[in-house]
Design a protein around this ligand. Structure first.
Ligand SMILES: [Zn+2]
Length: 350
């Protein structure tokens, strides 16, 4: 038995080596004869558009078949090149290729009956397990609160940073409040799906993430109650775009801002994770936890305020933007009912 499996492993390696040779040959001919047609693999960073445009038959454009960090795009490129090369050698045509990050690993799904193609995919998956998903450098699995990621030491450091330093602020500057709500995949392994911030003065930020999560990782509750409410369209954005945009939105307040959240263990942590290295200096490093349960006498009022807010916005619960607006309304009710001295203490909590 072990002799047989040794033999199979041997054949597998030879087959992969042969494919590698074919790919190299294909690469050099493309470099020679088609250097300007976007067919040649770029050195270093690859844009998602360039990747999907190069292999339109396998990869649907974003947000579609490639749902992982850009550090893994070169691996997907290599895989598609290999498949293309095999097709030229009269292998049966391959359907779509899907590459998706899940629980720190790359999962590839290929519509093909060929064993060799599946072996190629498995090989790429194993390479991804040793490649930083953010930048493509050598990496390994890192575990943190709410995430499992394959990262290089540099990107792991950024993920780990628990707090950021707030910049120097002018004395007497008033702190503005931002009400936060986020939707995520699952309580056990939360991955951000959508995020909203509503300022005390009413301005809002909202986006839905095109990558970094997948329906497969969602709890039944989220599948049923959260995903159907997503707005989509222009609100659906890549994490690498949404993070800096959120950072800019917060920065533009030009004064200290502090986040109010009723679930900071999830929402706040996921927000910092989205901001990564772009945490604004005017963002207070600790959120205010809004424990509506701490004011039992206010509970009916708070519930009413939330219900009214949802009604007037014609939004639904479990949509981050409407929930953030409702949180703001509830806060307003609390603010009007508690003693100013108590409110002061509330605002000072760390
Ligand atoms: Zn990295």
């Amino acid at each position: 038995m072990s002799k047989l499996s040794n033999l199979i492993e041997h054949i597998r390696r030879i087959a992969l080596a042969v494919v590698d040779l074919i790919v190299r040959f294909k690469r050099s001919t493309e470099k020679l004869f088609l250097p300007h047609e976007g067919r040649v693999k770029p050195e270093g960073d690859i844009a998602l558009d360039a990747l999907t445009a190069r292999f339109p038959r396998y990869l649907r454009a974003a947000p579609g078949h490639v749902v992982c960090g850009r550090g893994w795009y070169p691996l997907v490129w290599d895989l598609c090149t290999a498949i293309e090369a095999l097709e030229h050698l009269a292998m049966p045509k391959v359907g779509t290729v899907q590459a998706e990050e899940r629980l720190g690993g790359l999962f590839i799904k290929i519509d093909s009956p060929s064993l060799l193609v599946r072996e190629l995919a498995r090989d790429i998956e194993h390479k991804a397990a040793a490649t930083c998903e953010e930048c493509g450098a050598a990496g390994s699995l890192r575990l943190g609160h709410g995430f499992a990621k394959t990262l290089c030491p540099d990107h792991a450091k950024i993920r780990k940073r628990p707090y950021h330093k707030m910049g120097e602020l002018e004395p007497g500057q008033k702190t503005r409040l931002l009400f936060l709500d986020a939707e995520f995949t699952d309580l056990e392994y939360p991955q951000l799906i959508s995020i909203a911030l509503v300022a005390d003065s009413g301005e809002s930020f909202y986006c839905e993430l095109a990558n970094g999560w997948s329906p497969v990782g969602c709890s039944g509750f989220v599948l049923q109650n959260v995903l159907p409410l997503l707005t989509g369209g222009e609100f659906m954005q890549e994490r690498s775009y949404a993070g800096p945009r959120l950072s800019q939105w917060v920065t533009d307040f030009g004064c200290p801002v502090r986040v109010v959240s009723d679930a900071p263990r999830y929402d706040w942590v996921l927000m910092l994770d989205l901001l990564l290295e772009a945490v604004p200096v005017n963002l207070c490093p600790a959120p205010i936890t809004f424990y509506s349960d701490s004011f039992p006498e206010l509970v009916p009022l708070l519930q009413e305020a939330r219900a009214k807010s949802l009604q007037s916005s014609e939004g639904s619960q479990h949509h981050a933007l409407f929930d953030a607006q409702a949180l703001r309304e509830a806060w307003e009710v609390m603010r009007l009912n508690v003693h100013p001295a108590i409110l002061d203490q509330y605002l000072r909590q760390y």
